[in-house]
Design a protein around this ligand. Structure first.
Ligand code: KIV
Length: 300
């Protein structure tokens, strides 16, 4: 029988993602915020992992992504980087880490690679962030853009709503997409926009588009992993396909454990560490000797 060793898969780069678009090969991206999830995604063969600021909602329990800080992002990015060897790694720049000044944006993007171990950064916005993107790219840092529903602008948008429904709004998004490509983005997330608009933008750009709630006409797809696994119980957007119900599975496992502890079914003998009779007898004798010595000291 042949024992040819399987070749380790090579790290996926921005160039590979571009080649996938050119070959018409869909790109699969998911979010991760910790080491075990990154390990599982990498082994499953995902093309790209996003350490999204969605972690603010699905892991940290905030109502929006706005409270997430650069330190929060770096903490989770480092854990993901330790778990993933092959997937292309993208770190989200959180709210207020790139809006105040170009210098701060470049510094924070650099931290995401240098400290967080990411391969690229993602930031939200259209024409207004094109200059910032250009500066980050000039510093040698690959940038993934993100237009449509941009959760960091939730208060300006009036909620988590589909964008680009009218001809005018859609035209603005097409222009934004072109400006971001010109600014140097290597890929672009299209979130919650009509399918036809996403398909049109995808055809017009040379860089890959990654859709979330944007239909099947994009070059790739991304979902929040907690939504896909049924781990986020508060709400599930309509565009999510749930592949498991881990919230329910976790609840069942926890209830079973609590019951086992209360009924003294856990730990069972197979979970215990044995001590020989000889060692145990010696322990008791030693304790007895200690007690006698202490009593003798007290009596002096
Ligand atoms: O933060 C995130 O997870 C994202 C995806 C929804 C694209 O930005």
């Amino acid at each position: 029988m042949s024992t040819t060793p399987t070749q380790p898969r090579k790290k996926i780069t921005t160039h590979h993602l571009r080649q996938k678009k050119e070959r018409g090969e869909p790109i699969a991206m998911l979010t991760a915020y910790d080491y075990p999830t990154a390990l599982a995604l990498d082994s499953a063969g995902v093309d790209a992992i996003l350490v999204g600021d969605s972690l603010g909602m699905v892991v940290l329990g905030y109502d929006t992504t706005l409270p997430v800080t650069m330190d929060d992002m770096l903490h989770h990015a480092k854990a993901v980087a330790r778990g993933a060897r092959t997937a292309h790694l993208v770190g989200d720049l959180p709210f207020m880490s790139y809006q105040v000044s170009t210098a701060e944006a470049v510094r924070n993007a650099g931290r995401m690679l240098q400290e967080g171990g990411m391969d690229a950064v993602k930031l939200e916005g259209g024409r207004h962030v094109a200059g910032t993107i250009e500066a980050i790219v000039t510093a040698g840092i690959p940038v993934m853009g993100h237009i449509g529903l941009t959760p960091q602008s939730v208060h300006q948008l009036g909620g988590f709503k589909t964008q680009g429904r009218s001809a005018d709004a859609a035209r603005q998004l097409v222009t934004d997409a072109h400006l971001l490509e010109e600014a140097g983005c290597y890929a672009l997330v299209l979130e919650a926009i009509p399918d036809r608009l996403a398909e049109l933008i995808s055809h017009r750009l040379s860089i890959p588009t990654i859709g979330i709630g944007a239909g099947s006409g994009c070059d790739g797809q991304v979902l929040v992993t907690h939504d896909l696994l049924g781990l986020f119980d508060r709400f599930t957007p309509r565009f999510v396909k749930q592949y498991a119900n881990l919230h329910e599975a976790m609840g069942k496992a926890f209830t079973a454990y609590i019951q086992d502890v209360k009924q003294q079914q856990f730990p069972a003998p197979e979970h215990a560490t044995e001590m020989s009779d000889e060692a145990y007898r010696a322990l008791l004798a030693g304790l007895e000797a200690d007690a006698q010595q202490a009593a003798a000291r007290l009596a002096q």
